[in-house]
Design a protein around this ligand. Structure first.
Ligand SMILES: [Zn+2]
Length: 199
């Protein structure tokens, strides 16, 4: 399978598939294994042929597919806890770090960098239906973020209902909101509301 064009912060995007984490009812984009396969394909982590093969497998092995989905979502939550702690300048919990290290070690290695028409791709064997194979590009991205300088730019949205993870690429490094429209304006409107109530 050829892997290309996945975003550098894919691990954060994956962790953010559950969002409004600070609200009473967070929204979860990933409802089942088919949606997960779709998400991976859309985000450059799975090619169309492997997506079809895995989708066929999930229809035949419903029980195993449910377990695979649970393991993948479990890894997502581990990623969120590790990056969430780092964004809050706290130490991630040891069991979370251990689980992430195990998953990264089990992921297929990036050993075959292959020239392609528009640049380079990673050539890896077809993913087996296990979480560390399926999420390989997510796990590579997590490792790259943890080791690289991007950890300095890791933030949690200041809207305590939102708590979205993002990389702050602003020059000042003082960005507080995942998105000015969704959270920044909401906070401004809320402050305005409090002021007008107090007046
Ligand atoms: Zn936000």
């Amino acid at each position: 399978m050829l892997i290309s064009n996945y975003r550098c912060d894919l691990a954060l995007a994956f962790a953010n598939t559950r969002y409004w984490r600070g609200s009473a009812q967070p929204t979860d984009e990933l409802s089942d294994i088919a949606v997960l396969l779709d998400w991976l394909a859309k985000n450059g982590a799975l090619d169309a042929r492997e997506q079809r093969a895995l989708a066929a497998w999930t229809r035949k092995q419903a029980g195993e597919a449910a377990a695979l989905f649970e393991a993948a979502v479990g890894l997502r939550e581990t990623l969120y806890r590790v990056f969430g702690a780092l964004a809050a300048e706290a130490a991630p919990k040891a069991p979370d770090v251990a689980a992430l290290r195990r998953a990264i070690a089990a992921a297929p290695p990036r050993s075959d960098l292959t020239p392609a028409k528009d640049g380079y791709v990673w050539q890896v064997s077809a993913p087996r239906p296990i979480a560390s194979d399926l999420l390989a590009p997510v796990l590579w991205s997590a490792a790259d973020l943890l080791v690289g300088e991007a950890t300095q730019r890791l933030r949690l949205c200041s809207n305590d209902k939102c708590l979205y993870l993002f990389l702050d690429h602003s020059r000042s490094g003082a960005r507080r909101w995942c998105d000015m429209k969704a959270c920044g304006n909401r906070a401004k409107a809320h402050r305005h509301y409090l002021r007008s109530k107090a007046a």
